[in-house]
Design a protein around this ligand. Sequence first.
Ligand code: SAM
Length: 380
Amino acid sequence: MTSVSPSPLKTLCQNVFSFFVEDISNGKETLQIPCLNWVDTRSVPPFNYVKDCCLDSGVSMETDNGFMIRCGCSDQCSLSHCSCRQLTEDEGQGLTRPNKSNITDGYDNSNRLMSKLVSGLYECNKYCQCSSSCGNRVIQNGIKHKLMVFKTKDIGWGVLTLEDIPQGSFVCSYVGLIMNDEIANRTGLDFGDNYLAELDYIVLEYAKECDGGISGTSSSEGSLVLSSSSNSDSDTSNQISTTGSNMSCSPLLNEDNDLIDEDGHYLVSLSSNTPQSGLSSYSIPLTRSFFNESHSYVIDASSYGNVARFINHSCSPNLFVQNVFVDSHDIRFPSVAFFAQSLIPAYSQLFWDYNYIIGSVEGKAVKCMCGSSNCRGRLI
Ligand SMILES: C[S@@+](CC[C@H](N)C(=O)[O-])C[C@H]1O[C@@H](n2cnc3c(N)ncnc32)[C@H](O)[C@@H]1O
């Protein structure tokens, strides 16, 4: 019987670093993901590495294939006749929003996503007739850039890239256990001190788009109501604020530390830096309003997760979040995918903006250590 000797690099790493794992995914990802600690002697706290999200008991996703759009393309799905790409574009056009300039049908010819599509991106799926290598299948093909988990000096573990990542390239998806957020709260999980990511992230992302001027539109039940006024005196201590050229757009908390008011509207104030008269408003539907549900869903990556659970927060992130639909078009359960905001040079740490609402968890204040020049000061 021949014995397989470890690679010289592996032996070197084991001798030099206090903690070294050759592949934290245990072969589950398309590429190995090494994990290194050169800061102290701690190993990564145990968790179950999973490549795809799993559903908590009581959570059910719509998987009826009659519900799914599928394409009949025989080319690379690069043309606008692909029904899946068309769906991406139509969903973007269908939303009421102030700035529709960035709507596209998704990935470019190099499989890159150059700007975020707030209404979601629909990849080709298992019911489509196109090939498994068509240009509208990116996140489903897994991680393509070499990543590494490492111990940072001050914010625990983090993730860096071992190679340049071009702008718009897919990096990885956030994976974990999908839970009802009311149950997550009841079981003591809080944003800010663990591994929760919101599946209703689109609402905040949507609100951020309000930086190019507001056009007055309607509001309706179960909608996010954005209003713009010239009053910029509002207290910003409990707001997460995203600023644009001349507009700041901030979700507000009511007395119960809730973002949703009694009428089921999402509370957002837009304060303009330039004088404007009157008040305009437009609406954004909350996902839950389509399903008669009072809760939304979160991904908890504390026990089950992938490399993304180690990506830290920055107020100036180098990744952006894109909701992507692959084998289910149930809008409550998008895949949460990370793409490069601009070219990310090799050996840079990866960051996304957690978008936590500062002040939303009573008694909790976590200082943000991202160090960026426009740091908001607190993580939560
Ligand atoms: C999803 S985990 C990220 C991985 C984490 N650093 C670890 O060691 O597992 C989120 C936690 O990392 C820490 N963290 C991430 N970004 C941070 C930041 N900018 N400032 C302070 N703490 C941060 C916080 O403790 C936060 O609750």
